[in-house]
Structures are given as C-alpha cells and as structure tokens.
Design a protein around this ligand. Structure first.
Ligand SMILES: NC(=O)C1=CN([C@@H]2O[C@H](COP(=O)(O)OP(=O)(O)OC[C@H]3O[C@@H](n4cnc5c(N)ncnc54)[C@H](OP(=O)(O)O)[C@@H]3O)[C@@H](O)[C@H]2O)C=CC1
Ligand SMILES: N[C@@H](CCC(=O)OP(=O)(O)O)C(=O)O
Length: 433
C-alpha cells in the first residue's frame, strides 16, 4: 500500500512536505470511512471491543515491553532526563494499569445518543439536543505510551475515529501498543482504521494534520511551547488545546499556615513533571507564615527563584528573572513572589497564567469566592493542591488531557468533551408563518 512505501521513505528522513500531506490525507480518508461504521455500533459492542483491546494488550505484554526497552535504550543513549525516562518507562505493572484503564473506559456510560435537554417552543415544535461523536480526531501528544491507549479508548468509546501522533521517544512502544489495541478491537468488528497511528515521526506530518481542514474534524495538541508555536502557525482545523500548565498557588493572608505549607509542598513536589504542578507561588504580604512555607519547599529540595521581597524571606532563594514568571519548569524549581492582597494576586495570574489550573489557600470565604469567580483558568481551586487537575481525580474515568483553551470543553477532557451535539426537531406539521 502507498502509505507503507511512504512510511519507509519518511523514517529514512527523505520525506517531503507533500509526502506528509499525502500520508495524512490517506489516513484521514480511511479514518473517516471507519468512523461511519463505528458511529453505528451499539454501546455493548463498543464496550466489548475495548475489553478485547485490553486482553490483547495483556497478551502482547512481552512484545510491548521489548519495544519499550528499545525506546528506553535510545532515550538513555540520547541523554533523556530521568523524569522523561520515567514517563516513557513501562513495566508489567504499568502495562496492567494501561489495560485496566481501557476496561474502565469500557464500563463508562456511552455518551453517544445521550439526551442533553428537551424543550417545547411556542410553535409547538419539540426540540431535543443529543450527543453525537465529533468525527475524526487528531491527537498530538508527548512521549508517554499510556496516552496512546487512553486516547484510543476514549475516542472509540465516544464513537470517534482517532489519528494518533505520539512523541518520538516513545515510537516503538506506541507502535506495539497500537498494534495490540487494533488487533483486539478488530476481532470485535471495529475497522482497524478507526484508530490509526501516524506511521512517520516527521514533524511535517504534524503540520499536515493541523492543516487538514475538512478531513480532520478536531485536533487535540497535548504538549509544551514548541508545539504551541506550531499549532499557532499551522492550524486550520479546530483545536482543543491541551497545552502547558503555568499553574499558580496564592497563599492568602487568611490561610491556615499548616494547610498552606502542606498544599504548597504537594502542588510542587508530589510530581514536578506534570502539567498540573505549581510553577509559581504567590505569598500574600500579610500572610504571617511565609518563611515556614518557603523553608519547607527549600528543605524538600526545591530551588526557589524570587522577587526582592521573597528573597528577604530566606537567603537560599535565588533571583527570579522576568522570564521566570512565564516559565513552566516541570522540575523541582519554583518562582515565588510576594503580593499585596488578592487584587495583586489576580493581576499577576491574569498576566502570567496559561489558563490551566490556579489555586487559592484561605479561610476567608469571600476572598475564595472572588478568586474562583475572577480567575479565568479552566480549573480554579480553593484549599486544594493543583495536582488534582486530572480526569481520573475528577471522576471522569480517564482523560485525553487538560484543555487550556476557552471553547467547547475546559479542564479534564473525557468522553463528554469528545462529543458534540445535534438538535433533533419533532413537529406535528408546523409551517413557519
Ligand atoms: N494540558 C495537558 O493536558 C498536558 C500538557 N502537557 C504539557 O506538555 C509539555 C511536556 O511535554 P513534552 O514532552 O515537552 O512535549 P512536547 O511539547 O515537546 O511534545 C509533544 C508532542 O508535540 C510534538 N511537537 C513538539 N513540537 C513540535 C513542532 N514544532 N512541530 C511538530 N510537532 C511538535 C512532539 O513531537 P516530537 O516527537 O517530534 O518531539 C510530541 O509529539 C509540558 O508543557 C506539559 O505541561 C503534558 C501533559 C498533559
Ligand atoms: N493529569 C494527569 C496526567 C498529567 C500528564 O499527562 O503529565 P505528563 O507527565 O506531562 O504527561 C495527572 O495528573 O496524572
């Protein structure tokens, strides 16, 4: 088949942009055809197919783990940071977790066909809004192999075809996981083309996905700054952005000191490399225990970069540059500013947040209510760690990621966020006057 020939060319680095465009268009056409079959499948049949995919992944564990070892060896040889290697790594237990997550998605209610609301208007027409799949969804994501399975499962459950483009460091793991997943679902009548994996890692193919208006219905980009730039330059397809998390925690003057310390530590240090990790700590000038909070972070091994007032709290705090306030470290590094009250905190957040997750710690309900109402991020929290930004933690079963834009779906995106709706209109012979 043409695509296979081009894949070999692509992997040897001789791909032209028009080769990539052809690959993407061929895949998208095949995906759209498969999606029409998927759209007609029953709840039970889709759930069955997902259980078969989970079983196939468990059965293919030796091949998947061998592929993952190849990726890890290449990652080590290329000097991949330990946190990145950890995201890439699979073992028996993680693989079992991937299969269980697919089974979990199978057990969630099918969103397709769900009635959102119903009303009768003065003309006597009865209007029903019902959920439908979006169509073909392109997903561009980082080098975490579990995303391949999570995204595939969520798309299939919600009746969407998927075109997956994972990070290059995970290419062998993704291919092995995808092969097992599609073998499983195909055994239950789902066309293998419903869930396709980009056969080339050429970034020109990402550009072609972003430009494939009319063939790809929605793109989910999940990544950092370089991907953001590409999306901004190339996107002609509607985008549900899942981008960087410059997450703030504001310790208000009326925060409980113990709670403030616990939440600051957890928001930064539980897992420093995830998009929901705190990147900037805002300490109210009237909060009396700021020294304890920064000391706890420093003692836990976090590097702090502060403004002049933050530096006065502890001599171990370094100097923050202008760039620090807009930096997602994804590491044990944190910028710290001292602010004069809620308004100053809101202003800082409005200037520097990436729209992901922001939290306030306070016992003052009025201050909390203002923060929740006025901060314009997908997730706003009161007295909780920003590390809770997660579809599983929100009770959604799984997530494609955290949507950081303003349209369609915000925060953790799972089955509902992967649907749109149509209006169904029931008349009794009405003609419009
Ligand atoms: N909001 C959310 O839900 C989530 C956001 N993230 C964010 O992802 C980032 C960390 O992931 P990281 O591994 O650095 O991800 P990257 O942004 O480097 O890469 C993610 C994907 O985008 C591709 N990509 C990156 N730049 C380009 C480009 N210029 N042109 C085409 N494709 C491109 C990568 O391809 P290639 O293989 O070629 O590098 C990869 O497939 C953080 O910013 C984190 O906050 C992470 C998880 C969830
Ligand atoms: N939202 C999830 C996943 C975040 C995520 O994907 O992070 P990353 O390690 O950057 O791929 C969580 O909190 O575990």
């Amino acid at each position: 088949m043409d695509i296979e020939l081009k894949t070999r060319t692509a992997d040897s680095g001789q791909n032209t942009p028009s080769d990539c465009e052809q690959i993407v268009h061929d895949l998208a056409r095949a995906g759209r055809k498969a999606q029409r079959v998927l759209a007609l499948m029953s709840d039970a049949d889709k759930a069955d197919a997902l259980r078969a995919a989970a079983a196939a992944i468990r059965k293919a564990a030796p091949e998947i783990l061998a592929a993952n070892t190849k990726d890890l060896d290449a990652g080590k040889a290329n000097g991949l940071a330990p946190a990145m290697l950890d995201r890439l790594m699979l073992d028996e237990q993680r693989l079992d977790g991937i299969a269980s997550a697919i089974e979990n998605v199978a057990s969630l209610p099918d969103p397709v066909g769900q009635e959102i609301d119903r009303s009768t208007v003065p003309s006597g027409l009865e209007l029903v809004r019902r959920r439908i799949p979006i169509g073909l969804i392109g997903i561009i994501y980082e080098s975490r192999p579990n995303v391949t399975a999570d995204a595939a499962a969520l798309c299939l459950r919600s009746g969407n075809a998927a075109l997956l483009r994972g990070g290059s460091e995970a290419v062998n793991s993704n291919r092995a996981l995808h092969a097992a997943f599609t073998e499983g679902v195909a055994s239950k009548g789902v066309p293998a083309e419903a869930i396709q994996l980009m056969p080339t890692q050429d970034r020109a193919a990402v550009g072609a996905m972003l430009k494939a208006a009319g063939l790809v219905d929605m793109i989910v980009p999940r990544g950092g700054k370089s991907l953001v730039e590409r999306v901004q330059n190339d996107a002609r397809v509607p985008v549900l952005a899942h981008l960087d998390g410059i997450c703030h925690t504001y310790i208000h003057a009326a925060a409980d000191p113990e709670m403030a310390k616990k939440l600051a530590l957890n928001a930064k240090m539980r897992r420093t490399g995830i998009c929901g990790a705190m990147e900037t700590l805002l300490l109210d000038a009237n909060f009396p225990a700021s020294q304890d909070v920064v000391a706890a972070l420093l003692d836990a091994g976090c590097e702090l970069r502060g403004d002049a007032r933050a530096r006065a709290l502890d001599s171990r705090i370094g100097t923050a540059s202008d760039e620090d306030w807009d930096t997602e470290y994804l590491d044990a590094v944190l910028s710290v500013a001292v602010v004069d009250g809620l308004d100053a905190a809101l202003e800082h957040i409005a200037l520097h947040s990436s729209g992901h997750t922001e939290a306030i710690v306070t016992a003052d309900q009025a201050a909390a209510a203002r923060f929740l109402a006025e901060v314009d991020s997908a997730i706003v929290m009161h007295n909780a760690s920003s590390q809770f930004a997660d579809g599983g933690e929100f009770g959604l079963g799984a997530e494609i990621g955290i949507a950081t834009g303003r349209l369609h779906a915000r925060g953790p995106v799972a089955l509902e966020g992967l649907t749109t709706y149509k209006w169904q209109v029931h008349g009794t012979g009405q003609a419009r006057p």
